[in-house]
Design a binder for this molecule. Structure first.
Ligand SMILES: Nc1ncnc2c1ncn2[C@@H]1O[C@H](COP(=O)(O)OP(=O)(O)OP(=O)(O)O)[C@@H](O)[C@H]1O
Length: 376
């Protein structure tokens, strides 16, 4: 079996100013040049900016000359790679990290006609399946959607969830964590996924805060399993499998900015706790990648880090979107997101093609033998 080492790929996305920032006459402190993102200290601000226009159909586009990325550009740059890797049989993970209101849900799920990377990936997946289905090749896809709210797992596709949430268990053989009893629905078309995703999105825990009218108060994980079953000319089958994890994290937040009290405050504290557990895992893995020995990776610190074990440091090709506000008034949070992103890009994962190599070898040898006897 071949094991390949892949670094976590990190992309930075800056959204346009929101009305709160405009009202406060915020200045843009982010500058991007080629692959570098620079943040200026707000004491030396650059210019104010707005490089986005709304089209007649409600979608947003960058005005010419501006460097804003449209949803399609983000898909082309990141989502296509995820899909190609899935077809090759690698596990893939894509997650969005950033301050509350920085554009994570916009990038991942999208709003209205501005579909995010998750629905576009699902749509393109079924287009690829349609053009690749042959007599000897078939595909099986399943879909699940959960949220981690106050350290409890809720199935977003289930009518009822047990009190206290679903149980997270560890597979004794593989060591990986999984959610017991999570609904994993077979899906045969993009429309079916879209229906499930709408159902799941409606069930998400969302509330209004000063920083975001539709703030996610939980981490959301969409998982797509994708199997390719190939029949050889002798009739035996081999299977290539990929698990695609798409994670929209709840935003890091400061209670003074969000104005949170009561339930919102408790949620915010839980969000920050699990994000700091994630930060600890990322730091430990970055240390390992830098050659440090005997590093303990604290996956068990939170439900989130348990479920992201494969994505970070495991068998997965992983992409992180760091979502940023451009505004000087968010300097501290933006700097902290960039530091997080910088550490994450040091992580090296060991990804393998999920195909039984013996099956593959036997299949290839059988075909080879047949060809040989024809020639003979
Ligand atoms: N690239 C973008 N272009 C245009 N509008 C955007 C963009 N990114 C975000 N927005 C808008 O900014 C607002 C906040 O975005 P979003 O809900 O995605 O933030 P979030 O990071 O998911 O926040 P939270 O962590 O609180 O859930 C939304 O109204 C969204 O439409």
């Amino acid at each position: 079996m071949f094991i390949f080492i892949f670094r976590v790929k990190v992309a930075v996305r800056v959204r346009p100013f929101n009305s709160r920032e405009k009202d406060r006459r915020a200045k843009c402190i982010i500058k991007m040049q080629d692959k570098m993102t620079m943040i200026a200290n707000p004491d030396a601000p650059s210019k104010s900016h707005d490089g986005f226009k709304e089209n007649n159909d409600g979608t947003f586009d960058a005005v010419s000359g501006s460097k804003f990325a449209s949803q399609r550009t983000v898909y082309n740059d990141l989502g296509k790679g995820v899909l190609n890797n899935a077809f090759e049989g690698y596990n893939c993970s894509l997650f969005a990290y950033g301050q509350t209101g920085s554009g994570k849900s916009y990038s991942m799920v999208g709003y209205g006609p501005n579909k995010g990377i998750v629905p576009i990936i699902c749509d393109e997946l079924f287009k690829e399946i349609a053009s690749n289905t042959k007599d000897n090749k078939r595909f099986e896809v399943t879909f699940s959607m959960l949220e981690i709210y106050n350290e409890q797992v809720r199935d977003l596709l289930a009518k009822d969830n047990p009190k206290g949430g679903l149980t997270v268990r560890q597979n004794a053989k593989l060591g990986m964590f999984y959610v017991e009893g999570l609904k994993n629905t077979p899906v045969g078309s993009y429309q079916e996924i879209e229906k499930r995703m709408e159902q799941g999105t409606a069930a998400r825990t969302v509330a209004s805060t000063n920083m975001n009218a539709t703030s996610s108060r939980a981490h959301t994980v969409v998982t797509i399993t994708f199997d390719q079953i190939i029949k050889d000319s002798i009739g035996s089958e081999t299977k290539k499998s990929s698990t695609i994890n798409l994670v929209d994290l709840a935003g890091s937040e400061r209670a003074d900015s969000t104005g949170a009290t009561g339930d919102r405050l408790k949620e915010g504290a839980n969000i920050n706790r699990s994000l700091s557990a994630l930060g600890n895992v990322i730091s430990a893995l970055a240390d390992v990648s830098m050659g440090k020995k005997k590093v303990y990776i604290p996956y068990r610190e939170s439900v989130l880090t348990k479920l992201l074990q494969n994505a970070l440091g495991g068998n997965s090709k992983t992409v992180m979107i760091a979502a940023l506000s451009p505004a000087d008034i968010n300097y501290d949070e933006t700097l902290s997101t960039l530091r997080y992103a910088d550490r994450a890009k040091k992580i090296k994962n060991q990804a393998v093609v999920n195909e039984n190599p013996l099956d593959k070898l036997i299949r290839e040898l059988k075909v080879y033998n047949r060809c040989f006897s024809y020639i003979g």
